[in-house]
Design a protein around this ligand. Structure first.
Ligand code: CO
Length: 143
């Protein structure tokens, strides 16, 4: 079912400062910052040769990322994102296998304009997994 690792997401207290650290210390190439009010985050992507790192800062009241920062005050790893070819097919297979999905189980449009779903971390030993429909699980296409 799953394809490539699309990104690893890290929650930070201060996105501008985090971008500065990654840029100056590691020479990272970082995307423009994007506000995603429907997800309660401001996001920037670090491009790596084989994947991306997503830096997330809380946006607005009730951001899911604010709750994460209350428990992990210095920030930290929030989720990994795996690619699937067809998110509706993946969702139905997962529900058949007894997996739990966050929210209403309906895919939402994520930071790359593709449909995404989040799976319950309790089913994956504490790790939050995002699934993203990329159309092809083995393509080299990147946006
Ligand atoms: Co993500």
């Amino acid at each position: 079912m799953i394809g490539r690792l699309n990104h690893v997401a890290l929650v930070v207290n201060d996105l501008a400062l985090a971008c500065h650290s990654w840029r100056t210390m590691l020479g990272a190439t970082i995307s423009e910052t994007q506000k995603l009010p429907e997800h309660g985050v401001t996001v920037a992507f670090i491009d790596l040769p084989n994947t991306r790192i997503e830096l997330l800062e809380p946006l607005g009241d009730g951001s899911p990322v604010s709750r994460f920062l209350e428990r992990h005050t210095g920030g930290g790893m929030h989720h990994i994102c795996l690619e699937v070819e067809d998110i509706a097919v993946a969702r139905d297979e997962l529900l058949d296998r007894g997996a739990r999905l966050l929210g209403d189980g309906e895919p939402r449009i994520g930071a790359h304009g593709n449909p995404v779903l989040f799976m319950h971390p309790g089913d994956f030993h504490g790790t939050l997994i995002e699934l993203e429909e990329t159309g092809s699980s083995d393509s080299d296409e990147r946006d």
